[in-house]
Design a protein around this ligand. Structure first.
Ligand code: FAD
Ligand code: NAD
Length: 399
């Protein structure tokens, strides 16, 4: 009898961790596991803001997939998913076609542009190694042009649209990077503007007020400007128009205004909310017993708060553990488990040696929070590759 085929789409937190767990949970004679990913490397989405600003090289962020998974147990296919044919148990790739008995969809997110005119065409977004390399190079080139092209202010103005965690972490890195760029391109620091624009009345809406205040004070002191209560209405190649009619000219516009599930999920005909599937408690797709969804493509409800959990790597990683065990149970007629996220807290970096965080009821600031963030990052590396991976890719200097 042929072995059941397990197909994993996407090699981010949800997908790579599912592959790691399944290769542990199942013997090689029990199932044929295949992982499909666009690139031959896994990248840590949670570090991309550093690569975008140019404070960390992207080679630190990406890890070759064959360094993580056991190629004798998992077939790796480097290709792009084009279509999920859910009723035929088939997936169309750019260069091939695959069938499955069990499917794990872990294709991550797309930027949520809310239909804002010109945003898709004119703003950068922080979503992959390729996209952040472009941001870093664009900023560098704009600074290089400044003294050659009439010292136009817009060349050294950077707009960051959205002050959620991605926006805040990114401007924290820019606060470190801009002084270096100024030295490199002979530009006075006070000429450069980094403007973080937020629609809500405060940055990091909903997060602890004391920590938000710490972040704002810290970032303003380091030269970041905030505009709150100020939705971006339009985006042009040379700047943005705000809801109040004001315009800000900038050659670099980075959109960090939110995410939605990967468009392929909606296009496959699954019911979604902002591109995310409200999965069953065991992480299966409603109505499809053999399809699991992990990470940013999955929507799960925080019943205590009566709203969806924000999509995070923390949840994607935990979901992979449940999916690994549930696929094993499904194959062997065992009992499926419910996914219960164990939210340990939230820590956001503000640049080198600076961060804010809430772990349990404890608030963390500055160097302590920053060290905690590195511990979290190193823990993930340990989960996918043990001590050697931590040594190779980890952030070992905690303070
Ligand atoms: P991803 O990790 O994004 O992986 C998706 C994978 O699918 C990628 O490898 C991609 O290449 C691949 N893929 C996409 N489309 C295709 C296709 N068509 N064919 C083949 N492969 C495809 N969360 C936290 O918990 N803590 C943090 O500190 C944190 N920091 C963040 C910082 C930043 C800058 C950002 C942007 C996000 C951060 N998040 C954080 C959120 C977190 O990164 C996401 O929730 C997490 O990456 C979701 O995991 P995922 O597996 O769903 O998607
Ligand atoms: P988000 O949805 O959390 O934040 C987007 C922000 O953009 C919001 O504050 C929103 O009010 C603002 N916005 C929306 N439309 C706007 C407009 N027209 N003009 C100006 N501002 C506008 O998105 P994100 O920051 O990309 O985060 C995505 C997910 O990743 C979240 O779940 C987040 O928790 C997670 N994340 C976590 C961390 C961390 O834990 N350190 C870091 C980054 C991201």
């Amino acid at each position: 009898m042929s072995k059941p085929k397990i197909l994993i789409l996407g090699g981010g937190y949800g997908g790579i961790m599912s592959a790691v767990r399944l290769q542990k949970e199942l013997g090689s004679d029990e199932a044929e596991i295949t992982l499909v990913n666009k690139h031959n490397y896994h990248y840590q989405t949670t570090w991309l803001h550093e690569n975008a600003a140019g404070t960390l090289h992207h080679d630190k962020t990406r890890i070759m997939i064959d360094n993580i998974i056991d190629m004798n147990k998992v077939n790796f296919v480097q290709d792009s998913v084009v279509e999920i044919k859910k009723d035929e148990k088939r997936v169309i790739l750019e260069n091939a076609e695959l069938t499955y008995d069990y499917l794990i969809i872990a294709l991550g997110s797309d930027p949520e542009t809310f239909g804002i005119q010109g945003l898709k065409e004119n703003a950068f977004s922080i979503r992959s190694i390729n996209s952040v390399r472009k941001i870093r190079e664009h900023i560098d080139y704009s600074f290089a042009r400044y003294n050659n092209e009439g010292q136009k202010d817009e060349l050294i103005t950077i707009i960051v649209g959205g002050a959620g965690f991605t926006g805040i972490e990114f401007v924290g890195e820019l606060a470190d990077r801009v002084p270096e760029l100024c030295r490199e391109y002979d530009i006075p620091r006070e000429k450069v503007r980094v403007v973080n624009i937020e629609a809500a009345p405060t940055v990091l809406p909903g997060f602890d007020e004391e920590l938000v205040e710490y972040a704002i004070n810290n970032l303003e002191r380091r030269g970041i400007e905030f505009l709150v209560n100020t939705p971006i209405k339009e985006c042009h190649p040379d700047g943005v128009v705000l809801a109040n009619g004001d315009e800000i000219k900038a050659s670099t516009i980075v959109w960090t205004g939110g995410v939605r599930g990967n468009h392929l999920v909606e296009e496959a005909g699954f019911e979604t909310m902002r591109g995310r599937v409200k999965v069953d408690k065991d992480l299966r797709m409603p109505g499809y017993d053999y399809i699991f969804v992990a990470g940013d493509c999955a929507l799960i409800i925080d019943e205590a708060a009566n709203r969806p959990y924000p999509p995070t790597a923390q949840i994607a990683i935990q979901q992979a553990y449940t999916i690994g065990r549930n696929i094993k149970a499904l194959m062997n007629g065992g009992k499926m488990e419910e996914f219960k996220p164990d939210i340990k807290g939230t820590v956001a970096s503000l640049g080198k040696g600076e961060a804010i965080g809430k772990v349990g009821n404890k608030k963390l600031f500055g160097a302590t929070a920053s060290a905690m963030k590195k511990v979290i990052d190193n823990r993930y590396l340990f989960l996918i590759g043990g001590v050697p991976m931590v040594i190779k890719k980890g952030k070992l200097k905690l303070f």
